[in-house]
Design a protein around this ligand. Structure first.
Ligand code: GDP
Length: 410
């Protein structure tokens, strides 16, 4: 057993500099983050990405005519950019999913997105299993922003289906798109309805973890973020005038929405979680929980396949079941044929013995009829021949009645 003892140093040795070493190394290496955005066209996905990273990753569609062209499938589009802030470099990859929810039938809209996320896990696993693992490229999705249309009703079946299917595979962050189209009261009602649906369908959306051993400030910060989920957001990559200042926002006849003002929308809290406080935590959760669960399932399935001579265990089971059913059906048919043959044989035997019996009965009957007729003839002859001699008649009659033939029942 190893016991850990607490010791005080007599003088500085230098390992307090460890965080600086990590900091320096990280600065040199740079950071990397992959964000996916999913939601129907026109909900403001590209605008939000531009607003989040304060850069024009996507060209503005502000004055663009809406397209009438309906895509045939959900596409997966990737944009990468190297951005820098205070000498910290971030390689940002944004994955857009145009076409999602834009079809007449959106039942399977979630599938290409799910397959893309799993495909990225697969690629990572394949690199990990290589002999040379020096340069592993991590293309895994670290967070997925799911845009909910600002309807005030509850979640749509498409929203529920997508969230149910994907929340176990990726850090899912639901956001209410274009929340400037709703009143504060409507946002409150809509948020409650969304949270009720999420609880009802047990959808494990991403939430910052609250640990008891964190400092009170961090705990409060995380609780404040959680209280805003699902984030009611407003995006804008344009500047408008507000209180004599230029702000990023949207201008209306009734006033201005400043996206960077916490009283106007939840954009600041979303950005805080996604970029300022929880980016590393999102990456860690992806690596240690979501990817790990994928990896375990994949390796377990692989091991099972190997024990079955490389054959899919389900296919093998199905084949065995089919062969067994065919064998049973063949045995049943054979047994039925044997049974029918035996019944036929028995029937023909019974029939022939019945015919025999009938024949014998007929022969015996004929024989008896014949003998009866003979005796009758004899009786008549005797009666007519000895009519004058009564003593002879008596002798004849007593002889006749003592014959057993007359006692036979025909
Ligand atoms: P995407 O198709 O989901 O990428 O949507 P876009 O980002 O291209 O936005 C579609 C339209 O909605 C554009 O005209 C944007 O200016 C506008 N838009 C984007 N975000 C918001 C928002 O938060 N509120 C309002 N009212 N309009 C927005």
């Amino acid at each position: 057993m190893t016991s850990i003892i607490s010791k005080k140093l007599l003088g500085p040795v230098g390992f307090s500099n460890l965080p600086n070493q990590v900091h320096k190394k990280s600065l040199k290496k740079g950071f990397q983050f992959t964000l996916m955005v999913v939601g129907e066209s026109g909900l403001g996905k590209s605008t939000l990405v531009n607003t989040l990273f304060n850069t024009t990753l996507y060209p503005s569609k502000e004055n663009k005519e809406p397209t009438t062209e309906v895509p045939k499938t959900v596409e997966i589009q990737t944009i990468s950019a190297d951005i820098e802030e205070n000498a910290v470099k971030l390689k940002l990859t944004v994955i857009d999913t145009p076409g999602f929810g834009d079809f007449v039938n959106n039942e399977e809209s979630w599938r290409p997105i799910f397959e893309n996320i799993e495909g990225r896990y697969d690629a990572y696993l394949e690199q990990e299993n290589r002999v040379n693992r020096k340069r592993i490229v991590d293309t895994r999705v670290h967070a997925c922003l799911y845009f909910i249309a600002p309807t005030v009703h509850s979640l749509k079946p498409l929203d529920i289906e997508f969230m149910k299917r994907l929340a176990h595979t990726v850090n899912l962050i639901p956001v209410i798109a274009k929340s400037d189209t709703l009143t504060d009261e409507e946002i409150k009602i809509f948020k409650n309805r969304i949270l009720e649906d999420i609880a009802f369908y047990k959808i494990p959306i991403y939430q910052p973890p609250v640990h008891d051993n964190d400092d009170p400030e961090t705990i409060q910060e995380n609780k404040d973020i959680i209280a805003k989920i699902p984030f009611a957001i407003v995006g804008s990559d344009r500047e408008v005038e507000f209180n004599g200042k230029k702000v990023r926002g949207r201008k209306y006849p009734w006033g201005v929405i400043d996206v960077d003002n916490e009283d106007h929308c939840d954009f600041v809290k979303l950005r805080q979680m996604l970029i300022r406080t929880h980016m590393e935590e999102l990456k860690e959760y992806t690596n240690e929980v979501l990817y790990e669960s994928f990896r375990t399932q994949k390796l377990a399935a692989g091991a099972l396949e190997k024990t079955n001579d490389g054959q899919n265990p389900l296919t093998k089971f199905d084949e065995e079941r089919l062969a067994h059913e065919q064998k049973m059906a063949k045995m049943q048919a054979e047994m039925k044929a044997v049974f029918q043959q035996k019944v036929a044989e028995k029937e023909s035997k019974l029939k022939s013995s019945e015919d025999d019996l009938n024949d014998r009965h007929r022969i015996m009957k004929e024989e008896l009829e014949r003998k009866k007729a003979e005796l009758e003839a004899k009786r008549l002859k005797l009666e007519s021949g000895y009519a004058t001699k009564p003593e002879l008649i008596l002798t004849f009659q007593s002889k006749l009645y003592s014959t057993s033939l007359f006692n036979v029942t025909l």
